[in-house]
Design a protein around this ligand. Structure first.
Ligand code: SAM
Length: 315
């Protein structure tokens, strides 16, 4: 899943027994240069406060640039703007323990729920599009000791259903103001022409419902995002985390070469008292076509081949 991790596993001889072994750089076992067997003799008895990860997993998942397999289910392809379930799984494992409650205010077709089902966490979500919410619910287990729930509503109503200080982790990717209404029709064509990989359908505007953030202009959109983030801050337990998967983009139709979307998400979170805790690059270059943008004019543009995972903490 993550190619870089292999490059950071180093082989060496155990300082105690001389056996050949390997470990990930930065782990206690690597810094002490001992093998698994010798290390096991002095087990780490410190309580696991945040998650259920072993030290090696903790280190491996902490790389600030990550690649995830770009596998998508049919429901995700139809939706068009989902993150891979492997990304959701990794974040849920980093920031929660088994049995914790995860919240996704923009559930889509339920990628966060799917990962929670697999990892035995409860999950609550909001999704304004009735069809997406129905698809997400279709994958809920018939019988489980954990809770799975989606409110088909504007996430701005979350305070009517979610108790203060009750959520262990928020994982989400928001709609993008009115961006989907601006996606040029010929973009899909360009994609096919330049790419050797199968594209996923361009996402269509999500709904016509009042409250659908995908129908708002940029400033209005962020006013609403702040209202939702303020309510998320109240719902989250003290010391817990919230991760937003977002991508910057260009609005060339309106003469804007670069929209610093992740920067504005950071400002929105900090304005309602979240602390910016981490920014991780989600590298998607391998899964995107290389398009020659601007050639041969004065306008040189990079192919934006990455998203950001912006991590906030309530503290
Ligand atoms: C980027 S998609 C999320 C996809 C999701 N992460 C997944 O993997 O399925 C954003 C979603 O937010 C929904 N949405 C837009 N405005 C909303 C609002 N005010 N409240 C709740 N959901 C909303 C859209 O219908 C869309 O499905």
């Amino acid at each position: 899943m993550i190619t870089e991790e292999r490059e950071r596993r180093i082989t060496y001889k155990c300082r105690k027994c001389g056996d050949t072994t390997n470990a990930i750089t930065g782990t206690l076992r690597y810094s002490e240069q001992i093998c698994r067997k010798c290390f096991g003799k002095k087990k780490d008895k410190r309580p696991k406060e945040l998650n259920d990860l072993k030290g090696a997993e903790w280190a491996k998942y902490s790389l600030s640039v990550q690649v995830y397999a770009d596998t998508r289910s049919d429901k995700q392809r139809n939706h068009g703007a989902c993150y891979p379930v492997s990304l959701a799984s990794q974040y849920i494992q980093k920031y929660t323990k088994r049995g914790d409650i995860v919240f996704d205010p923009f559930t889509g077709v339920g990628t966060t729920h799917d990962a929670c089902i697999k990892l035995e966490r409860s999950c609550i979500g909001f999704e304004i599009n009735v069809g997406f919410a129905r698809e997400a619910r279709g994958d809920f287990p018939k019988d489980s000791k954990y809770n799975y729930k989606i409110y088909t509503q504007d996430a701005a109503n979350l305070d009517k259903h979610i108790q203060p200080d009750s959520i262990d982790f928020v994982l989400t990717s928001p709609p993008y103001a009115s961006l989907l209404k601006k996606v040029k029709n010929n973009f899909a064509y360009k994609w096919k022409e330049h790419s050797r990989i199968t594209s996923i359908a361009n996402p269509k505007p999500y709904s016509n419902r009042k409250g659908d953030l995908g129908n708002l202009e940029y400033q209005d959109f962020f006013n609403n995002i702040k209202i939702i983030m303020r309510k998320l801050h109240i719902s989250l337990k003290d010391g817990k985390y919230m991760a937003w998967i977002v991508k910057d983009y260009r609005d060339l139709k309106n003469g804007i070469p670069y929209v610093n979307f992740h920067g504005d998400i950071i400002n929105a979170g900090c304005s309602v008292n979240f602390k910016l805790w981490d920014i991780v690059i989600y590298d998607q270059t391998k899964f995107r076509p290389l398009v020659c943008l601007g050639y041969p004019s004065m306008k040189y543009y990079h192919n934006i081949g990455h998203s950001y995972i912006v991590v906030f903490r309530k503290c």
